[in-house]
Ligand binder design. Sequence first.
Ligand code: NAI
Ligand code: MG
Length: 350
Amino acid sequence: MTRTVKLAVIPGDGIGPEVVAEAEKVLDAATAGSDVVFDKTRFSLGAGRYLETGDTLTDDDLAAIKSHDAIVLGAVGGVPGDPRLKDANIERGLLLKLRFELDHYVNLRPSKLYPGQPGPLADPGDIDFVVVREGTEGPYVGNGGSIRRGTPHEVANETSVNTAYGVERVVRFAFELAERRSKRLTLVHKTNVLVNAGSLWQRTVQEVAIGHPDVAVDYLHVDAATIFLVTNPGRFDVIVTDNLFGDILTDLAGAVTGGIGLAASGNINPSGEHPSMFEPVHGSAPDIAGTGTADPTAAIGSIALLLDHLGLRDEADRVSRAIEDDISERGAEPRTTAQVGDAIAARLQA
Ligand code: NAI
Ligand code: MG
């Protein structure tokens, strides 16, 4: 029986459409001849759409996207500082809105240092870990405000929201992931200072750990975690953390594993109630858009995460292996975006 997956594709701005084209190439190659068919709908969203129509994400857009099984996104956003985009609010009005509306409570960001991949660390050892970042709570919920703005008595508050429900569901996801990997889980927080939220996270991890006796549990304060991500990244397998700490740690994790062109991510709704969204971590890179030099590997890595999420584990593994093989054989000769996509797709046809 043929399985049809309704896939929403949001190429976005700048290099977004360039890397998404290569990701689609690889998706097609990975599923050619299988009984899975991707029925794709394209959505024009981002800075370009805003400049044309004044819309960021309408209710109709959202309803149409919700009717899909999964989403692939390139990158959205214009040239930073462009005055025409001053009120566009692409970050909150589009990206964060999608994550909140689609209840993407897991932001999954794997970090792997592939053999042959140059990175900034002299002696990195084996790096292969995943950050499970909470995606719908913490200080990013918009639960804040300010008064007496612009006066010497201005007050600005940004309240971090942590619910027992929200923390437990992401912690459970992280333990289940650790069971499938090397069975090591590190909670990262700042329990010594953020005592209320920290205590909830810590108690939740202790409680969920009872059901996972094989998983070794560790705790690090976020500041110490930044040290170990540089001095001993091999100690990590699954890191679970809140929205803000996860945002910061995953940029650092991307940097130690060879940079922004390789980092993939999934914004996941594990219940399947709404579509999950897969995207490279990087932005629209207006500085190199149109030059054909963007590295599509991160976008292609997001396809591996998409396939894994859909339960297509063999296809996901094949894409990951093709990426790994391509990276290990990359020479000094620069390749275009399309050449990288073609090379990875060709490994899947072989
Ligand atoms: P950026 O990630 O777009 O670019 C940072 C630097 O990395 C640039 O020098 C760029 O050329 C380089 N770079 C990024 N991706 C690359 C790739 N695949 N291959 C080779 N080089 C790559 O971040 P920036 O410059 O801060 O933001 C540009 C725009 O993207 C802004 O409008 C920003 O709001 C938006 N943005 C969107 C994101 C998303 O859609 N998820 C995430 C981050 C930024
Ligand atoms: Mg970030």
